[in-house]
Design a protein around this ligand. Structure first.
Ligand code: NAD
Ligand code: WQD
Length: 338
């Protein structure tokens, strides 16, 4: 089986490539290096002990994508490539719609022209919006999103559903990720955000290593056990393994499948701070700040459907997530080398 992985040098893509290659899948990566370093490619190769094909190309470049499909025999696609910063998407909506939505349209068109009709798409729990109550199940209404990034994910889900309705030779799997954290056990691969991290775990690890003074906890007056926001953090390697099951699913039957990838367990911001302090033996100074616009109190997954239909469940707990994030940060204080 040969899988084209778009955005395969990014945080989730790189971990997924390692698991795919270790499972015997032939991997071809396309990435425009917009939000990753090329050295992530070397780290993947070092971990799996073999070479694989990388195309440095933008997915909006139709000619470039066509060439990849002509040169390689691609059975299915895992589509990670996209921009993902919620705040930035409010500032730059056109760039987000162009990169995420237009990029996906170009990719789907090229796939169809080459008779490749199997795709696994990186969606997000953000599509559940503000109005659903956790645990979130796949049949809940989606679309009440609050920002352009989330809207791109919702729009792409709609496009993929319409595509399947138009032609049920397609096999499409929408994976709604909850909050991926953690890193590869080796400490050689992990999340490498540009500038000030938007997300909780990279912020905590940067405070722990002395790059940032203190964490600001965005609000402690939510209706949760300690007042801080509750999320479903999932180890990136568990997430990567979920993609193997999803690719097997689209390879084995046609259809439109939707799965949450989460643990089903919610931890508050302060729970994560405590778990990280225990794992790292470092105290994390923090202050309580205002709520962040668009945040909700609680968001965690129902895990039943992914387990029943894919036989997948997350195995790694919060301790391991914190230990692995910290190992990556300490071994690579400045992220991937240039
Ligand atoms: P990432 O930024 O680390 O990886 C994305 C990769 O795609 C990067 O290597 C980037 O260079 C590449 N890319 C972006 N636009 C491209 C384009 N036009 N052509 C080719 N390559 C392009 O992000 P990630 O955290 O690994 O996320 C992967 C996917 O999962 C994204 O679609 C994201 O929206 C989705 N997702 C992420 C999270 C999360 O919290 N990390 C949660 C839910 C969903
Ligand atoms: C987690 C919790 C914050 C930073 C985002 C996207 C979502 C998905 C995953 C892509 C919240 C709190 C955070 C900080 C804090 N991405 N926090 N101080 O907001 O659940 O989800 O990433 O699809 O679409 O919205 O993740 O890590 O930003 O926040 O107190 O400095 O930590 O308020 O309760 P979030 P996060």
């Amino acid at each position: 089986m040969s899988v084209l992985v778009t955005g395969g040098l990014g945080y989730i893509g790189s971990h997924t490539c390692v698991e795919l290659i270790n499972a015997g899948v032939d991997v071809v990566v396309v990435d425009n290096l917009y939000n990753c370093k090329k050295s992530s490619y070397d780290r993947i190769k070092a971990l799996v002990g073999r070479d694989f094909k990388l195309y440095i190309c933008d997915i909006r470049d139709k000619q470039g994508l066509n060439q990849i499909f002509e040169e390689e025999k691609i059975d299915s696609v895992i589509h990670f490539a996209g921009l993902k910063a919620v705040g930035e998407s409010v500032e730059k909506p056109l760039e987000y719609f162009d990169n995420n939505v237009n990029g996906t349209l170009v990719l789907l068109d090229v796939m169809r022209n080459h008779g490749c009709k199997k795709i696994v798409f990186s969606s997000s729990a953000t599509v559940y919006g503000l109005n659903n109550v956790s645990p979130l199940t796949e049949d809940m209404e989606v679309g009440g999103v609050t920002n352009p990034y989330g809207r791109t994910k919702y729009m792409i889900e709609c496009i993929l559903k319409d595509l399947y309705t138009s032609d049920n030779e397609w096999s499409i799997c929408l994976l709604r990720y909850f909050n991926p954290i953690g890193a590869h056990k080796s400490g050689t691969m992990g999340e490498d955000p540009n500038g000030i991290p938007n997300n909780l775990m990279p912020y905590i690890t940067q405070v722990a290593i002395g790059k940032r003074e203190q964490l600001t906890v965005y609000g402690n007056d939510y209706d949760t056990h300690d007042g801080t926001g509750v999320r479903d953090y999932i180890h990136v390697v568990d997430l990567a393994l979920g993609h193997i099951k999803a690719v097997e699913k689209v390879e084995s039957e046609n259809g439109l499948f939707i799965y949450n990838l989460g643990t089903g367990i919610g931890y508050s911001v302060l729970d994560v701070v405590k778990a990280f302090e225990k794992a790292s033996n470092v105290t994390i100074p923090y202050k309580i700040g205002a709520r962040r616009a668009g945040d909700i109190a609680t968001c965690y997954s129902s895990t039943k459907k992914a387990f029943d239909e894919l036989g997948w469940k997350a195995e790694r707990g919060i301790e391991e997530m914190c230990e692995d994030s910290w190992r990556w940060q300490t071994q690579n204080p400045n992220g991937y080398p240039d």
